[in-house]
Design a protein around this ligand. Sequence first.
Ligand code: HEM
Length: 177
Amino acid sequence: MLPLKEATSEKHKIAERKAFNVQMFRGLLSKEEYALYLRQQLQVFQTLESKGLPHISLNRVEKVLADLDELKAEGHVSDVVLSSTSDYVDYLDSLSYEQALPHVYLNYMAIMFGGQMIRKSVPSSGRMYDFDNTQEAIQSIRNVQQDEWADEVNKGFDFNISIFDELEAERLSRQVL
Ligand code: HEM
């Protein structure tokens, strides 16, 4: 069996190269666009965190809310939950704590690895990327991750890819207006 990272690397490449992500990485998102992205992240984190996490330092909800408050104070409110996000949240809601762990791996490693490269490009303080105890938080996920999770992680990547597609469609439609 392939190691998890290898078995999911194709989907990682697709997600990483999605237009919205590339714009974010290049520092080209407006505050409004970033607020919309954060709102989607918030829904996913709230759903996962309501089940519990392997380490307390992983918790993201308060940090994302603080980032959203900062943007709100500057007039960039985003309450829109995209339908692709609702689909993912509905799916996550149907999972037990154990069954949701592959999605914890996916969504929290994303912020701890790629996120550290992205944080300097986003139009906010980027509290979402701050971890009190990064090594311990990473290790808590490494301690539970299994190569058998590949299909489930790839499924999670597909949900994330759909969210990036809808974020990009939304971004383009707002530019036209
Ligand atoms: C611009 C976007 C992104 C960049 C630049 C990026 C970059 C990276 C890098 C450099 C690593 C560490 C690889 C290594 O250990 O050699 C990583 C790991 C990871 N990324 Fe991303 N990433 C991005 C987007 C994403 C997204 C959107 C997701 C999922 C939603 C994701 C999920 C993961 C996961 C789960 C790992 C951990 C792999 C492992 O070591 O087991 N990444 N990423």
